[in-house]
Design a protein around this ligand. Structure first.
Ligand SMILES: [Zn+2]
Length: 233
């Protein structure tokens, strides 16, 4: 075998390792990452990513009628255009997290670029009146070296998820199947991820209320991410 071929073969496991590290919801090289917490209590956190857009009002009215507090991870540049929407989220008592300013993949970005994605987004969250801890959810869940390092050095926690029905082609066009999947997979301390305001995710919006009702029926109480983390600590 020639040297080029040997080098190529040796690189395969490295590439697989980098791929897995980038997408792991439970491991990162620096700082804290949480996909769920260990608890005997029947508690769960509902996390709603992206937006805001015109569908937010529907989401907020479902949460209000069900008396559920959720954690929203909106996108910075959309928040800037619809800051009143973010204020509504705050006034309804939900938690806000940072999901970057432009929602681009941050895996191979520099420390400075990462700072430019995170800090203005935090400022918008504060401008909307939110005063609680601000956790970070990486766009597409992707992170390698610099992002976890930045988050650790700036004292931020990475929040991922352990229940997400949307990537599953068998169920993501059917709200009933989606709700059944979430209700079945949710464990004590789970963090559920949904994108109910995104275009193409109409099933997630339709499944939101059935998910809440089904989990309540199984005895689950809904907490914000910070309330959930406080139980673990
Ligand atoms: Zn997102």
């Amino acid at each position: 075998m020639n040297k080029i071929l040997i080098s190529f073969l040796l690189l395969i496991p490295v590439a697989i390792g980098v791929y897995k590290l980038n997408r792991s919801t439970t491991f990162q090289l620096f700082g804290e990452i949480h996909a769920r917490i260990d608890t005997h209590q029947k508690v769960v956190a509902l996390t709603l990513d992206d937006g805001p857009n015109e569908k937010l009002d529907t989401v907020l009215s479902i949460l209000k009628s069900q008396q559920v507090k959720a954690t929203f991870f909106p996108i910075g540049n959309l928040m800037e255009k619809r800051l009143m929407d973010i204020t509504k989220i705050v006034n309804d008592g939900h938690e806000l997290g940072n999901h970057s300013y432009t929602h681009r993949k941050l895996s191979f970005k520099t420390y400075n670029t990462i700072r430019e994605e995170i800090e203005p987004t935090d400022q918008l969250i504060r401008k909307a009146g939110y005063t609680g801890a601000i956790h970070f959810r990486p766009p597409y869940g992707m992170k390698l070296f610099m992002l976890p390092l930045y988050l650790q050095q700036s004292n931020r926690k990475t929040i991922t998820w352990d229940v997400c029905p949307e990537g599953n082609p068998d169920i993501n066009s059917n709200p009933d199947k989606m709700a059944a999947f979430v209700i079945d997979k949710t464990k004590n301390g789970s963090i559920i991820l949904l994108h109910p305001t995104n275009d193409g995710y109409e099933s997630s919006l339709k499944a939101l209320e059935p998910i809440i009702l089904g989990l309540k029926k199984k005895g689950f109480a809904f907490l914000t991410v910070s309330q959930l983390l406080a139980l673990q600590n």
